[in-house]
Design a protein around this ligand. Structure first.
Ligand code: PEP
Ligand code: MN
Length: 338
């Protein structure tokens, strides 16, 4: 539940209510808006049944939170969150572009791509070092060696870095090398991994599962946040439908729906959503127009020879054109970009 304080409620009144909640062994999450303070309560609220908090000094009203996710819920935190990562912030007034290869293939490849995407306006370089491939015979990634190249790319370009993690060991390694970890679509409901990601304290990009509802996705975010890590950014990357013309179906409605239900930023990945290079640019623009806080785009120096996801990877000139074309969209959406 949340307790909405009156506009003029004093600090003493807020502390008084918070102390009662804590004394019952429940957690308090304060959201101090410009005018109104909201006290979020996490835990078994029946422990407060005999407290008559409705009539405590400074309390305006009590609203139950019926959704099972609390910390990710907009009711707990009505203002959109800005998530600090590396030298930047994701949401709500910025347009963050993460770009790079599907997989880190070699040091030279990653450094070349990092320099190019930076020139074109990206603020993150992405690259998978642990690849969760559909087939066990496909390239599985360079693992820690790939992470070292990510750190080198950061040192050379100043770009922020993001890498997918697939295990506890991968998280332990990633903490040493990258600014943000990614939980991929296939692991969205790997609850143990979500908890480990929460405990790592690193900012987490949480991709939507292939067949996950928005409710399940926000509950996955809650797993990370309930470990004390509020640095979570969501990523819509397409879901499974009956349509086969594209690799997945981009659920663009997820952007306004997430904005209505959560304070967490949401970015869109049109590369994995479509699997087709030609469809990336129109959907990237669509995502910005719909209110996305950023984009994740696969870019490769030689897509025809890429070890994974070549058909959906943009070439350098294509990424540059897209980035230029995004400028008016970012302006219309009132987002800082380039
Ligand atoms: C990726 O971003 O490299 C990836 C594998 O994406 P997804 O988990 O969305 O399939
Ligand atoms: Mn990929």
């Amino acid at each position: 539940m949340i307790i909405i304080m009156k506009r003029n409620a004093s600090k003493e009144a807020v502390d008084h209510v918070s102390n009662i909640i804590r004394s019952k062994g429940l957690e308090v999450h304060l959201s101090q808006g410009q005018e109104v303070t909201i006290i979020g309560v996490v835990g078994d609220k029946s422990r407060l049944a005999d407290q008559n908090l409705e009539i405590a000094p400074g309390v305006d009203r009590i609203v139950p939170v019926t959704e099972s996710y609390k910390l990710a819920n907009k009711k707990f935190h009505p203002q959109p969150s800005a998530i600090p990562v590396g030298n930047t912030e994701i949401g709500p007034n910025t347009l963050t572009i993460m770009a790079g290869p599907c997989a880190v293939e070699s040091e030279e490849q990653l450094l070349l791509i990092a320099h190019e995407v930076k020139k074109a306006g990206a603020t993150f370089v992405r690259g998978g070092a642990y690849k969760p491939r559909t087939s066990p015979y496909s390239f599985q990634g360079l693992e820690e060696e790939g992470l070292r190249y990510m750190a080198k790319a950061k040192a050379e370009t100043g770009l922020n870095t993001i890498c997918e993690v697939v295990s506890e060991a991968a998280i332990e390694a990633a903490v040493k090398y990258v600014d943000m970890i990614q939980i991929g679509a296939r692991n969205m409901q790997n609850f143990q991994l979500l908890k480990e990601a929460g405990r790592s304290g690193l900012p987490v990009l949480l991709k939507r599962g292939l067949a996950a509802t928005i409710d399940e996705w926000l509950n996955a975010a809650e797993y990370i946040m309930s470990e004390g890590n509020s640095k979570v950014v969501l990523c819509e990357r397409g879901i499974r439908t009956f349509e086969t013309a594209t690799r997945n179906t981009l659920d663009i409605s997820a952007v306004p729906v997430i904005k209505a239900k959560s304070h967490l930023p949401i970015i869109v990945d049109p590369s994995h959503a479509t699997g087709v290079r030609d469809y990336v640019s129109p959907l990237a623009k669509c995502a910005v127009a719909a209110g996305a806080d950023g984009l994740m785009i696969e870019v490769h120096n030689n897509p025809a020879c890429a070890l994974s996801d070549g058909p959906q990877s943009l070439t350098f000139p294509q990424f540059e054109v897209l980035s230029d074309e995004l400028i008016p969209y970012a302006k219309l959406a009132e987002r800082k970009f380039r």
